[in-house]
Design a protein around this ligand. Structure first.
Ligand code: DQA
Length: 143
Protein backbone atom coordinates (compact mmCIF):
# COMPACT_ATOMS: atom_id res chain seq x y z
CA UNK A 1 0.00 0.00 0.00
CA UNK A 2 1.19 3.50 -0.85
CA UNK A 3 -0.10 6.62 0.90
CA UNK A 4 0.46 10.23 -0.17
CA UNK A 5 0.48 12.76 2.69
CA UNK A 6 -0.14 16.35 1.62
CA UNK A 7 0.33 19.39 3.85
CA UNK A 8 -0.87 22.79 2.76
CA UNK A 9 0.24 26.37 3.41
CA UNK A 10 2.15 27.43 6.51
CA UNK A 11 2.52 23.90 7.83
CA UNK A 12 6.24 24.17 6.99
CA UNK A 13 6.23 26.77 9.81
CA UNK A 14 5.16 24.28 12.49
CA UNK A 15 7.15 24.83 15.68
CA UNK A 16 7.37 28.58 14.99
CA UNK A 17 3.78 29.21 13.99
CA UNK A 18 1.27 29.84 16.83
CA UNK A 19 2.75 27.15 19.12
CA UNK A 20 -0.14 27.54 21.56
CA UNK A 21 -2.44 26.16 18.82
CA UNK A 22 -0.18 23.90 16.75
CA UNK A 23 2.44 22.84 19.29
CA UNK A 24 6.21 23.19 19.44
CA UNK A 25 7.15 20.31 17.18
CA UNK A 26 8.38 21.12 13.67
CA UNK A 27 7.34 19.99 10.19
CA UNK A 28 10.47 17.80 10.15
CA UNK A 29 9.27 16.16 13.39
CA UNK A 30 5.89 15.53 11.75
CA UNK A 31 7.58 13.93 8.72
CA UNK A 32 9.71 11.70 10.98
CA UNK A 33 6.62 10.58 12.88
CA UNK A 34 4.70 9.75 9.67
CA UNK A 35 7.69 7.89 8.17
CA UNK A 36 8.14 5.83 11.36
CA UNK A 37 4.42 5.02 11.37
CA UNK A 38 4.54 3.92 7.71
CA UNK A 39 7.47 1.62 8.46
CA UNK A 40 5.64 0.12 11.42
CA UNK A 41 2.55 -0.43 9.21
CA UNK A 42 4.66 -1.94 6.45
CA UNK A 43 3.45 0.54 3.84
CA UNK A 44 5.19 3.22 1.77
CA UNK A 45 4.54 6.92 2.15
CA UNK A 46 5.33 10.07 0.19
CA UNK A 47 5.38 13.41 2.00
CA UNK A 48 4.54 16.64 0.20
CA UNK A 49 4.12 20.19 1.48
CA UNK A 50 3.31 23.28 -0.52
CA UNK A 51 2.14 26.82 0.10
CA UNK A 52 0.61 26.93 -3.40
CA UNK A 53 -2.89 25.76 -4.30
CA UNK A 54 -1.99 24.83 -7.90
CA UNK A 55 1.00 22.77 -6.77
CA UNK A 56 -1.31 20.79 -4.47
CA UNK A 57 -3.76 20.25 -7.35
CA UNK A 58 -0.85 19.03 -9.54
CA UNK A 59 0.31 16.64 -6.82
CA UNK A 60 -3.17 15.15 -6.40
CA UNK A 61 -3.45 14.63 -10.17
CA UNK A 62 -0.01 12.95 -10.23
CA UNK A 63 -1.21 10.51 -7.56
CA UNK A 64 -3.70 9.00 -10.00
CA UNK A 65 -2.79 5.33 -10.51
CA UNK A 66 0.03 5.58 -7.94
CA UNK A 67 -1.41 6.23 -4.46
CA UNK A 68 -3.87 3.91 -2.73
CA UNK A 69 -4.79 6.57 -0.19
CA UNK A 70 -4.35 10.27 0.47
CA UNK A 71 -4.02 11.98 3.86
CA UNK A 72 -4.42 15.71 3.39
CA UNK A 73 -4.18 18.68 5.72
CA UNK A 74 -5.18 21.41 3.28
CA UNK A 75 -4.57 24.02 6.03
CA UNK A 76 -6.18 27.37 5.07
CA UNK A 77 -7.22 25.94 1.68
CA UNK A 78 -9.59 23.65 3.59
CA UNK A 79 -11.94 26.58 3.93
CA UNK A 80 -11.63 28.05 0.43
CA UNK A 81 -10.49 25.61 -2.24
CA UNK A 82 -12.97 24.20 -4.71
CA UNK A 83 -9.95 23.37 -6.93
CA UNK A 84 -8.48 20.95 -4.37
CA UNK A 85 -11.93 19.40 -3.80
CA UNK A 86 -12.36 18.89 -7.55
CA UNK A 87 -8.86 17.37 -7.92
CA UNK A 88 -9.65 14.83 -5.19
CA UNK A 89 -12.95 13.97 -6.87
CA UNK A 90 -11.17 13.63 -10.23
CA UNK A 91 -8.64 11.03 -9.05
CA UNK A 92 -11.18 9.32 -6.74
CA UNK A 93 -8.51 8.01 -4.36
CA UNK A 94 -9.73 7.18 -0.80
CA UNK A 95 -8.92 10.29 1.24
CA UNK A 96 -8.86 11.41 4.86
CA UNK A 97 -8.83 15.07 5.86
CA UNK A 98 -6.71 15.91 8.90
CA UNK A 99 -6.19 18.94 11.12
CA UNK A 100 -3.84 19.43 14.02
CA UNK A 101 -6.25 21.78 15.81
CA UNK A 102 -9.94 21.26 16.48
CA UNK A 103 -11.24 23.41 13.63
CA UNK A 104 -14.83 23.11 14.85
CA UNK A 105 -14.11 24.86 18.14
CA UNK A 106 -12.30 27.83 16.54
CA UNK A 107 -13.52 30.71 14.33
CA UNK A 108 -16.75 30.23 12.35
CA UNK A 109 -14.94 30.28 8.98
CA UNK A 110 -12.89 27.23 9.99
CA UNK A 111 -16.06 25.14 10.31
CA UNK A 112 -16.47 25.18 6.53
CA UNK A 113 -14.49 22.48 4.71
CA UNK A 114 -14.61 21.98 0.95
CA UNK A 115 -12.25 18.98 1.11
CA UNK A 116 -14.57 17.50 3.73
CA UNK A 117 -17.25 17.20 1.04
CA UNK A 118 -15.11 14.47 -0.55
CA UNK A 119 -13.03 13.03 2.31
CA UNK A 120 -14.30 9.77 3.78
CA UNK A 121 -13.32 10.81 7.26
CA UNK A 122 -11.91 13.82 9.09
CA UNK A 123 -9.55 13.65 12.07
CA UNK A 124 -9.22 17.05 13.74
CA UNK A 125 -7.91 18.18 17.08
CA UNK A 126 -5.61 15.27 17.88
CA UNK A 127 -2.38 17.13 17.17
CA UNK A 128 0.07 15.16 15.01
CA UNK A 129 -1.84 11.98 15.93
CA UNK A 130 -4.57 13.08 13.49
CA UNK A 131 -2.21 11.92 10.70
CA UNK A 132 -1.48 8.47 12.14
CA UNK A 133 -5.16 7.93 12.88
CA UNK A 134 -5.92 8.69 9.23
CA UNK A 135 -3.19 6.28 8.09
CA UNK A 136 -4.68 3.52 10.26
CA UNK A 137 -8.14 4.25 8.89
CA UNK A 138 -6.99 4.04 5.25
CA UNK A 139 -4.97 0.87 5.84
CA UNK A 140 -7.94 -0.82 7.48
CA UNK A 141 -10.08 0.14 4.48
CA UNK A 142 -7.48 -1.05 1.97
CA UNK A 143 -7.09 -4.50 3.56
C1 DQA B 1 -5.19 23.57 10.22
C2 DQA B 1 -6.44 24.39 10.56
C3 DQA B 1 -6.70 25.45 9.50
O1 DQA B 1 -7.86 26.19 9.83
C4 DQA B 1 -5.53 26.40 9.42
O2 DQA B 1 -5.73 27.34 8.38
C5 DQA B 1 -4.23 25.69 9.26
C6 DQA B 1 -3.99 24.45 10.01
C7 DQA B 1 -4.85 22.55 11.32
O3 DQA B 1 -4.09 21.63 11.04
O4 DQA B 1 -5.31 22.67 12.46
O5 DQA B 1 -3.33 26.18 8.58
O6 DQA B 1 -5.46 22.84 9.03
Amino acid sequence: MHILVINGPNLNMLGIREPDIYGKNTYADLCDMISAKAEEMNITVELFQSNHEGAIVDKIQEAYGKADGIVINPAAYTHTSVAILDALKAVAIPTCEVHISDVNSREEFRKISYVGLYAEKTFAGYGFDSYTMAMDYLKEKYN
